[in-house]
Design a protein around this ligand. Structure first.
Ligand code: MSP
Length: 653
């Protein structure tokens, strides 16, 4: 049986609306899980939702629902998002499931029986919003004053997390003897430095442990918080949310605990590192279980240097990006953009920049530029020229980097390493110039060049299968493969293979249009019909064009136009009949061959560029008084729509 690999994400608060921060941890864990599956490991990938606590019951009450009804509704947001992001988890745990509550109660009873839980009176500053007690020292430190300022009432006590006012409460609670485990924790971390990563995060935990370690309050009186798992030995109390939540990583395993525990990687954001190391490891020690092999704390996605969070209202909704760019683009961006373990700033500009440069210009281009000759059956691999051998060596180096970095969770470095093949592949095509070989009738060399480029596509798409989950399947199937093949060689595709062509994997977008649209569409956006409906690739070698003078060019009257109406023309499946405002008294009627790529409704409001002095013609009986500029090959792929801010009639030159 293959080696087990168990990976987890935090379980997200079910009440929250997921943003790209949540998507980040889950995409990273999914990519690693997919990679290990690809490498033949027996993978278990767990994610889920944290469903207890006062906030959930309050939100439910406001909406007139029971807490369970509320959870059942809000959990859908996570389930749907994971589906859209192509997250392939093996299990999804909800802390309101009986399978979880049973384990939590079993563990509590065990610790109680072992004398590791005891009741005591506790006094402290209670924060309703953070659902926790703070010590006077913590409150004073956050307020930048002395303890006496707080106790004397000179400075009002405020919650260090939420800034809301605090109440001094004394109540009887139950405590877990966490202080027993300080030495064991230090010894374990010392003996297994890899168990908390990156190194700077481990040092933070060690810093925390240098101070005295107190016991952990693990209960809340039911009178104050009813939505939780009752303590089996004190039914008037429920379990503190973190004790409940952390247990999910083991409760989800059920009878498979022997096989998968301890987890190989527990991925968390740096905000919950102490819970996942100090609290979690001590709980496991007390229960006689091993701590996870590794807790990896990644950094935060920031917006203008501030943590993206719902309470600050600066979140990016992943669905907006998914609607327009699809899951591959978002998955790639999240993994590629920031070094894993560090914070990074999000902006739509950087998203689009990476999309256009890495996915469109580099990867999609490599896949499409040889599509023209795909119908030629691939010959067997011939003797390698110096250039062929050099390219193969790049592929070998690049794949080695990818593997090493990906397994070390350094996604950015891994993808950048793999892109060496993409960049070198594009250079290889430039140098070998298949169009020139075809023109010269050099079929032998053309065949070899094509085989090498298609093999490079296979190597890249196979390794990318854990990141670009959709387009990798597409590229591999065009190459006749039903599964990734990770071999680094130019002789894998069978002789005689006829590669299928298709539409561009990714198409360039205009940041001047997309950035405002992502911020909230001020004007309707033209939506492309999915590229599957396009028939030909759009990148072609430049034909030899005669030089023209500026005067020749100036003869073309180019103006900004605004589409004010659009309709299909009966029995003409390529044509749309448009009314375009070009700054004249009446809109012009223009017939454009764009019906295969644009829905008429989506075009209304678009700014386009119009040739206004073209002699009118009749197309299918409808007069066309101009022409729209568009990009693409024999089939239009995209209208030129960049001048969205200029008024109709503005000169273009
Ligand atoms: N329910 C607890 C976790 C319990 S685990 C036993 C919780 N939930 S949460 O919904 O707030 O999710 C926190 C996690 O979401 C972070 O640890 C991180 O994985 C992810 N992120 C939330 N905001 C984030 C950013 N702005 N940036 C990166 N990741 C972020 O805490």
């Amino acid at each position: 049986m293959s080696e087990p690999f168990y990976i987890t994400t935090p379980i997200y608060y079910v009440n929250d609306v997921p943003h790209i921060g949540h998507a980040y941890t889950t995409v990273c864990a999914d990519a690693i899980a997919r990679w290990h599956r690809l490498s033949g490991r027996d993978v278990k990938f767990l994610t889920g939702t944290d469903e207890h606590g006062q906030k959930v019951s309050q939100a439910a009450a406001k909406l007139g629902r029971t807490p369970q009804e509320h959870c059942d509704i809000t959990v859908q947001r996570f389930l749907e998002l994971w589906q859209r992001l192509d997250i392939r988890y093996d299990d999804f745990i909800r802390t309101t499931e009986p399978r979880h509550a049973t384990v939590v109660q079993g563990y509590l009873q065990q610790l109680w029986d072992q004398g590791l839980i005891y009741p005591d009176d506790y006094s402290g500053w209670y924060s309703t919003s953070a659902e926790r007690f703070w010590t006077t020292q913590e409150v004073a430190t956050a307020a930048g004053c002395t303890d006496a300022d707080i106790t004397s009432g000179k400075v009002p006590p405020l919650c260090p997390d939420s800034g809301t006012s605090l109440e001094w409460l004394t109540e009887r609670n139950y405590f877990f003897r966490m202080s027993n485990y300080r030495d064991a924790l230090l010894a374990h971390i010392d003996a297994h430095p890899g168990c908390i990563q990156p190194d700077h995060r481990r040092n933070e935990v060690l810093g925390f442990l240098r101070k005295e370690l107190g016991d952990l309050c693990i209960s809340r009186p039911k009178a104050r918080l009813s939505w939780g798992i009752p303590l089996p030995f004190a039914p008037d109390y429920v379990t503190y949310v973190w004790f409940d939540a952390l247990t999910n990583y083991v409760s989800a395993l059920g009878t498979e605990r022997q096989r998968y525990w301890p987890a190989n990687v527990q991925m968390v954001g740096k905000d919950i590192l102490t819970f996942h190391t100090v609290y979690w490891f001590s709980m496991l020690f007390a229960l006689g279980l091993q701590p996870p092999k590794q807790v990896y704390a990644h950094g935060w996605w920031l917006m203008k240097k501030t943590k993206m969070s719902k309470s600050l209202g600066n979140v990016v909704n992943p669905n907006t990006l998914l609607d327009r760019f699809g899951s591959d683009a978002l998955r790639y961006f999240l993994l590629r953009e920031i070094p894993f373990g560090y914070d990074g700033d999000y902006s739509h500009e950087s998203f689009i920049l990476r999309f256009n440069s890495d996915l469109v210009n580099d990867y999609s281009n490599l896949v499409h530029r040889v599509g023209k000759w795909a119908h030629l059956p691939l010959p067997a691999l011939g003797a390698l020229t110096e250039g062929d051998a050099e390219f193969l060596a790049i592929c070998e180096r690049s794949v080695a980097t990818f593997r090493r970095e990906f397994e070390a969770l350094q996604f950015r470095q891994a993808l950048d390493g793999l892109w060496d093949i993409v960049r070198a592949g594009n250079k290889f095509v430039d140098t070998e110039a298949p169009w020139a070989l075809a023109k010269a009738g050099n079929q032998t060399r053309l065949g070899q060049v094509l085989r090498i480029v298609f093999e490079a596509q296979r190597i890249v798409a196979s390794h990318l299968a854990c990141v670009l989950t959709q387009s990798s399947v597409e590229v591999l199937s065009r190459l006749g493969l039903s599964a990734p093949d990770l071999r680094v060689a130019f002789s894998v595709l069978p002789e005689g293979t006829v590669v299928k062509t298709g539409n561009p994997l990714f198409q360039r977008v205009d940041p001047a249009v997309e950035v405002p649209a992502l911020d909230g569409p001020a004007e309707p956006r033209a939506t492309l019909i999915p590229p599957a409906k396009l028939e030909s690739p759009v990148s072609e070698p430049l034909p030899e064009l005669p030089l023209i003078t500026y005067d020749d060019f100036a003869k073309v009257g180019l103006r900004v136009g605004k589409i004010v109406a659009a309709a299909r023309i009966p029995k003409a499946d390529r044509l749309l009949q448009l009314q375009v405002d070009v700054g004249e008294e009446q809109p012009r009627q223009i017939v454009a061959g764009i019906a295969k790529v644009y829905e008429p409704e989506a075009l209304v409001g678009q700014r386009v560029i119009v040739v206004v002095n073209l002699a009118p013609v009749k197309l299918r009986g409808v007069e066309s008084q101009g022409m729209l500029l568009a990009g693409g090959g024999s089939d239009v792929a995209s209208l030129l729509t960049t001048l969205h801010d200029l008024p109709p009639g503005s000169v273009v030159k």
